[in-house]
Design a protein around this ligand. Structure first.
Ligand SMILES: O=C[C@H](O)COP(=O)(O)O
Length: 234
């Protein structure tokens, strides 16, 4: 399974080094695929079997794009994994589907593993299932769903950082629908914690989890990796 931590705007570079060090023991004998997305300023050359990915980068090698980093900055640390389409970049930082698709194409051309996020806000969730699926399917616009290095993360926006989680039946239902769009591994994200991770991982068509706040604690993230290991679902 894929167990991924999105550290968002948390943990400085030295704190991230300490964090990765703490994770070493639990990944050593684990057969899970563990990904960590540190803050941009915490990207570095980490000596670990954990895959380090970028939360964001501009689709360019380098150039005049104030505040952004490009491919050269990722290459410096051998980073070949990137998160694209996260709801915080869509809704807070205003990334359009058109720009997201452009970013996707660029990093696909570079052969990156892309963890591509989709998910609906609460108002959409509270509408009909059909409207909800249409909303989510629009987030596939311009995206090559057959790209061999693609991982999709379904993250209902209303579940992110709120402690609210869809029912297991709802997760199963939406994952079943999304698998029809792409056979890529499909992660669930949104208020995944130590106490619910096992039940979520057991759901059909859940191929892993993308964890935010609970992953900030190395011991909690380790417990989630161990939970996946215990389930023996690879
Ligand atoms: O990328 C991770 C998600 O946004 C989930 O965040 P959360 O676990 O804090 O709800």
């Amino acid at each position: 399974m894929i167990i991924a931590a999105n550290l968002k705007t948390n943990l400085t570079r030295s704190a991230t080094h300490e964090y990765i060090k703490q994770l070493q023991t639990c990944v050593q004998n684990s057969s899970q695929e563990v990904l960590v997305f540190p803050a941009t300023s915490s990207l570095d050359g980490y000596d670990t079997k954990i895959t380090i990915g970028a939360q964001n980068a501009y689709p360019v090698e380098h150039g005049a794009f104030t505040g952004e980093i490009g491919l050269d900055h990722l290459n410096e640390f051998g980073i070949k994994t990137i998160l694209i389409g996260h709801s915080e970049r869509r809704h807070i930082l205003g990334e359009s589907q058109e720009f997201i698709a452009k970013k996707f194409d660029y990093f696909k051309e570079q052969g990156f593993k892309i963890v591509y996020c989709v998910g609906e806000p609460l108002a959409v969730r509270e509408s009909s299932k059909e409207e909800m699926l249409t909303y989510i399917y629009n987030q596939y616009e311009g995206i090559d769903t057959e790209y061999e290095n693609l991982v999709i993360a379904y993250e209902p926006v209303w579940a992110i950082g709120t402690g609210k989680v869809p029912t297991l039946e709802d997760i199963q239902d939406i994952h079943k629908e999304l698998k029809k769009k792409s056979s890529a591994p499909l992660l669930y994200g949104g208020s995944v914690k130590v106490n619910n991770v096992k039940d979520i991982l057991k759901v059909e068509n859940v191929d892993g989890v993308l964890v935010g706040s609970a992953a900030l604690y190395a011991d909690h993230f380790c417990s989630m990796i161990q939970a996946a290991e215990e389930l023996g679902k690879n």
